[in-house]
Write a protein that binds this ligand. Sequence first.
Ligand SMILES: [Zn+2]
Length: 319
Amino acid sequence: MNAAGPPDLPDRDRAGQQGAEPARADAPLPERYPPLPEPLLVRGGELADVVDDHTHLDSLADHEVDALLAAAARVGVARAVQVGTDVASSRWTVRAVERWPQLLGAVAIHPNEAPRLAQRGGLDAALTEIAELARHPRVRAVGESGMDAYRTDLTDPAALRAQRESFAAHVAIAKETGTALQIHDRDAHDHVLDVLAAEGAPERTVFHCFSGDAALARRCAEEGWYLSFAGTVTFKNAQVLRDALAVVPPGQLQVETDAPFLTPAPHRGRPNASHLVPHTVRAMADVLGLDTQELALILTRTAEHLYGPWYDLGDPGPT
Ligand SMILES: [Zn+2]
C-alpha cells in the first residue's frame, strides 16, 4: 500500500462556484441504456457511495448527463471521475466539474492521439494546455495517458517516440500538480513499465481498465499502484482478468465503466454508464470472496484517497 495522503486541497477562490443547476433527480434514463440493477448497499441497508473511477461523458448533451448521474445515484454510484482524451474533451471536463458536483476530472492527451498531434507539430502546445487544465482545483488526475500498441503501430519509431514523450510529460504534470495518474495500457505493458521506471511513477498511480495477467497485477500491487477494473471482468472469456483481480489487495482496487464502452454482462452490446457499475462490483466481490457491502466501502475509501474530497460546488471544501 501507498501511505501517501490525499492531494493538496484546492484553493477556495479557484473552485468552480458559478451557480450550476443541480442534476434533476427525476430525469428519465434515455431508452438506449440498459435498466438499473439492484442498488449497491452498505451495512444497515443504506445506499453505497461507490465512485465510477473512469467515465467519458463529453459526447452527451447536458440533460443526458443529468439523467445518467441521477440514475447512477439511485443504485449507489453517486460520483465519478470524468476523463478527457484530447484538448477539446479535457476543456469539456473542466466545464463539467464546475457544473456537476458529482464529478471530479482527469485531463490528458490519449496515447493514440499523441502521434497524430506530433505529426502535425501540435503535441507540445496540446501538452502545455493539459498542464494548465490540470491545475484546476477539481481536476484531480492526469489521464488517460499511457501507451497503446493496439491502435497505434509502435514499430513505427516516430509513433513510439510520440507516445513515450507524451506519456512522460503526463507523468511530470501529475507530479507537479500533486494529482493522481490514470494510465491507459493496451497491449503495451512493457512500454508502460519502462516509462514509469524511467520517469518515476507519481505517488498515486492507477491502471485504468486493467488488462494484464496475475503476474503484472502482482507487480503493480507491489509497486503500490492501483488497479481499476471495468466491465470486462464480467465477461465469460475473461478468466485471466479474474485471476489478476484475485491477487490484488482490496485496498488497491477501483471499479470503473470506461463508459460508453465495455458494458458489463449481461448487457454487452448496449451503451455503458455509471448505473451499471453494480454488476461489476458484484462480479469483483465474487472473485475476491468478499461481501459486496464490504467491497463497496473499501472502493469508496480508496477513491477518496486517490482523488480527495468531492465537496459541493457551493461549498469551498475543507480549508
Ligand atoms: Zn477511457
